[in-house]
Design a binder for this molecule. Structure first.
Ligand code: ADP
Length: 615
C-alpha cells in the first residue's frame, strides 16, 4: 500500500462519503444530525447553567432566572425530540447499510467486463475487499462509524472556542492576567493534554498488540481444552477425573511465563496512560488557575467559571477526537483506495449506440462470420473459424464433448466477450454496434447453475415483485408445471422453500428446472438459450421435456446446448463442435447418415452407454 498525500486523503474520504450517500441514502445525514444535536446539547446546558448561577449570585432577578430555566427546559425538550427522530431514521438506515454496501459490489460485477468477472485475480481482489469490509468494517463502514467523532470534534472545537473567547477578552483588575499571551498558553495546555492522551493510547495499543500476538497459543489451548472438557462427552469423564488439574496448571504456568517474558510491554501498557493523566492534570491545572484568578480579580462571575472550566475540557475532548480521526483516516483511506481501484476498473468492451429494431415479425437472423476467439491471457483458441447462420424460429442444437467450445459460442453470441477475430452479425449489422443493454434484452438464458429464490412462485417466474398473473400461469403451463401448479396450496403465491415461510414448499430438481424454463418464457425475448437445462434430469425425463420444446418455445429461436445427443434430435439444425470448430452441421438424420462423422461416433458411444445403463 502506498502512502497518500493529505489532498489524496481528503478526496478519497469525500468520494467514500459520496458513495455511501448514493447507496445508503439518508444514513450519513441522519447520523450526522443525531450526533450534532448530541454534541451541541451540553454546550447549551452549560451556557444556560452559567447564566443562572451568575444571576443567582449577583442580581437575583426572579424573572430572568425563570426565563433562563424555561429556556434550558425548552431546549432540552427540543433536543430530545430531534434526537429521537434522527435516531429512529438512523437505526432504520443502518439496518440497510450492509445490503447497500453489497449492492456496490453487485452493481460493479454486473457492469464489469465479463472477462474480468472470470478473472480469478480480480475476483480475489474483490473478495479480499469484501471480507475486510464485512468482517472488520474497514473502508466504508469506518466512515459511518467515525461520524460521531467527526461531529464531536467539529462541534466541540468550534463551540468551545466561541464560548471561551470572552475569557480572554474580559478585563480583570490584574493587568498581567489580561495579556494576550494567555490565549496561547491556555490553548497550548489544552492541546498538550489532548496530544499526550492520544499518543499514550496509540503506544498502549501497540504494546498490547505485541503482548497479545503471542497469546494466540493461549486462546487456542483454552479453546481446545474447553471443547475437550465440555463438548466431547466421550472424553469428558477421563479429562475431568485425571487431567483437569494438569491442564489448568499447565495453562497457568504458560501464562505466567509469557507475562515474565513480556514485562516491558506490560509496564508500557500501564505507564503510558499514567503519564498522560499527569500531563492532562497539570495542563488543566494551569487553565483552571487562570480562570479562577481572572474571576478573583473581577473579570466575571462564578457562573462563567463553570462555563469556562467545562468548555475547556470539551475543547480537549474535541482535539483528542480530531487526532484519533486523523490517524484512523490514514488507515481507512488505504482500504478505500483498494475499493476504488476495483470500482474504477474500466470496461473496455465497445458500448454501441444503435437501437435494436424491435420487429413485430420477430424476423431476426444471427450470423457468425469466421469467428475465432481466445480467452484473455491464454494462447490457445477456444473457438476457431466458426461460420454459422440461423434464423428466428429455428431450433438449433449445439452439441459436442466437454471443452469443445459450446459455452464459449453462447458467451460470444450474448456479447459477454467480443470475438478475437471475425464478426457476429444480427440482421446484417455487427452486434458491437447495438446498444449493449438493448441487445442483451433479446436473450433469455437458462444457465446450468440457475438459481431460484425463497420468494413466491409467481415472483420467481416473473423475476420481479409485481407480475402479470395470467402470463405467469401460461408460462408455467407451457413449461410442463401446470399440474403441479394446481396442487400448490396458495397457487402462484405459494412460497418456494421454507427459508422465509414455514408453509413454503420444497421442490424437486426437475420441478425447479420447469420453473426456470417458465421464467425464460416470461421474459418473452426472441431468443431462448438453454445451457444443459435438463442436466439434473435422467435421460428419459430429459427427452420428455425436450420433445415438447417445439411447443414450449413456439416461434422463438431456441438454442440448446447439450452433450446428450438423444435429447437434441428434434432440432432443425444441429451444430457439432469439436476442438473449438464447427465440424458438422445438419439435421439428426443427415448427421447420423455420415458414418465417418463425429456425430455418428458420439451417437454410438452414447447409445451404448444407455444400453449398458438399462441392462
Ligand atoms: P464446452 O461448453 O463445450 O464444455 P467451453 O466453451 O466451456 O466448452 O470451453 C472451450 C475451451 O475454452 C476449453 O478448452 C476451456 O478450457 C476454455 N475455457 C473456457 N472458459 C475459459 C476461461 N474463462 N478462461 C480460459 N479458458 C477457458
Amino acid at each position: 500500500m502506498n502512502k497518500m498525500s493529505i489532498r489524496e486523503r481528503i478526496s478519497t474520504t469525500m468520494r467514500g462519503y459520496g458513495i455511501i450517500r448514493r447507496y445508503c441514502p439518508g444514513l450519513v445525514q441522519s447520523k450526522t444530525c443525531y450526533e450534532f444535536i448530541n454534541a451541541l446539547q451540553p454546550f447549551l446546558s452549560v451556557w444556560f447553567s452559567a447564566r443562572i448561577i451568575d444571576e443567582l449570585s449577583a442580581r437575583r432577578s426572579l424573572k430572568t432566572v425563570t426565563a433562563y430555566v424555561a429556556g434550558i427546559l425548552l431546549i432540552q425538550f427540543l433536543c430530545s425530540v430531534l434526537k429521537s427522530t434522527a435516531n429512529r431514521v438512523y437505526t432504520e438506515k443502518q439496518s440497510q447499510m450492509w445490503s447497500g454496501f453489497g449492492k456496490i459490489f453487485s452493481d460493479k460485477q454486473m457492469s464489469m467486463n465479463f472477462a474480468d468477472l472470470e478473472n480469478a485475480q480480480i475476483q480475489h481482489q474483490r473478495q479480499q475487499i469484501e471480507e475486510s469490509l464485512y468482517q472488520f468494517g474497514n473502508g466504508l463502514a469506518r466512515l459511518v462509524w467515525d461520524i460521531p467523532d467527526l461531529v464531536l470534534a467539529g462541534v466541540n472545537i468550534v463551540s468551545s472556542l466561541v464560548m471561551t473567547w470572552s475569557l480572554f477578552t474580559s478585563r480583570s483588575g490584574n493587568a498581567a492576567l489580561n495579556h494576550s499571551a494567555w490565549i496561547l498558553i491556555v490553548l497550548l495546555c489544552i492541546a498538550l493534554g489532548g496530544l499526550s492522551n492520544s499518543k499514550a493510547t496509540v503506544k498502549k495499543n501497540n504494546a498490547f498488540m505485541r503482548w497479545s500476538k503471542d497469546t494466540t497459543w493461549f486462546n487456542r489451548t483454552f479453546q481446545f481444552f474447553g471443547r475437550e472438557l465440555y463438548v466431547n462427552t466421550e472424553k469428558a469423564k477421563d479429562v475431568r477425573i485425571y487431567e483437569q488439574n494438569i491442564i489448568a496448571s499447565k495453562v497457568l504456568d504458560k501464562l505466567l511465563q509469557h507475562d515474565r517474558e513480556n514485562q516491558s510491554d506490560i509496564f508500557k501498557m500501564s505507564v503510558y496512560p499514567a503519564i498522560a493523566y499527569v500531563t492532562i492534570g497539570l495542563a488543566n491545572a494551569v487553565c483552571y488557575l487562570y480562570v479562577v484568578a481572572k474571576s478573583f480579580f473581577g473579570a466575571f462571575g462564578v457562573g462563567s467559571i463553570v462555563q469556562y472550566v467545562t468548555v475547556l475540557s470539551r475543547l480537549g475532548e474535541g482535539l483528542q477526537a480530531l487526532m484519533y480521526l486523523l490517524s484512523d483516516n490514514k488507515v481507512y483511506c488505504l482500504h478505500l483506495q483498494n475499493l476504488f481501484d476495483y470500482l474504477d476498473r474500466p470496461n473496455p468492451m465497445y458500448q454501441g449506440s444503435l437501437t435494436v429494431e424491435k420487429r413485430d415479425d420477430n424476423e431476426y437472423d444471427v450470423e457468425f462470420k469466421d469467428v475465432s476467439f481466445r480467452y484473455p491471457n491464454t494462447d490457445a483458441y477456444a473457438l476457431r473459424h466458426v461460420n454459422l447462420k440461423f434464423k428466428i424460429g429455428e431450433k438449433l442444437a449445439v452439441v459436442g464433448m466437454n471443452g469443445s467450445g459450446k459455452t464459449t459460442f453462447i458467451k460470444l453470441m450474448c456479447r459477454l466477450y467480443d470475438p478475437t477475430e471475425g464478426e457476429i452479425l444480427l440482421n446484417g449489422v455487427n452486434i458491437q454496434k447495438y446498444d449493449y443493454d438493448e441487445y442483451m434484452s433479446l436473450f433469455s438464458v437458462v444457465f446450468q447453475d440457475f438459481r431460484l429464490f425463497a420468494l413466491s412462485l409467481g415472483q420467481n417466474v416473473a423475476a420481479s415483485a409485481a407480475y402479470d398473473t395470467d402470463k405467469a400461469q401460461r408460462c408455467l403451463k407451457k413449461a410442463g408445471f401446470g399440474k403441479r401448479l394446481s396442487a400448490m396450496p396458495n397457487h402462484l403465491d405459494t412460497c418456494l422453500y421454507k427459508d422465509f415461510d414455514t408453509d413454503g414448499v420444497e421442490i424437486s430438481g426437475g420441478e425447479a428446472q420447469k420453473i426456470v424454463l417458465a421464467r425464460a418464457l416470461y421474459k418473452d425475448a426472441p431468443f431462448i438459450i438453454l445451457d444443459e437445462p435438463t442436466a439434473a434430469l435422467d435421460p428419459v425425463s430429459e427427452y420428455e421435456v425436450f420433445s415438447k420444446f417445439n411447443e414450449i418455445a413456439g416461434d422463438k429461436t431456441a438454442i440448446y446446448i447439450s452433450h446428450r445427443l438423444a435429447s437434441c434430435r428434434f432440432c432443425d439444425k444441429i451444430a457439432v463442435f469439436h476442438g473449438g470448430a464447427v465440424i458438422q452441421i445438419g439435421t439428426h438424420e443427415e448427421l447420423l447418415a455420415a458414418a465417418n462423422g463425429k456425430y455418428h461416433e458420439l451417437w454410438n458411444a452414447q447409445a451404448q452407454y444407455y444400453r449398458t445403463q438399462n441392462t
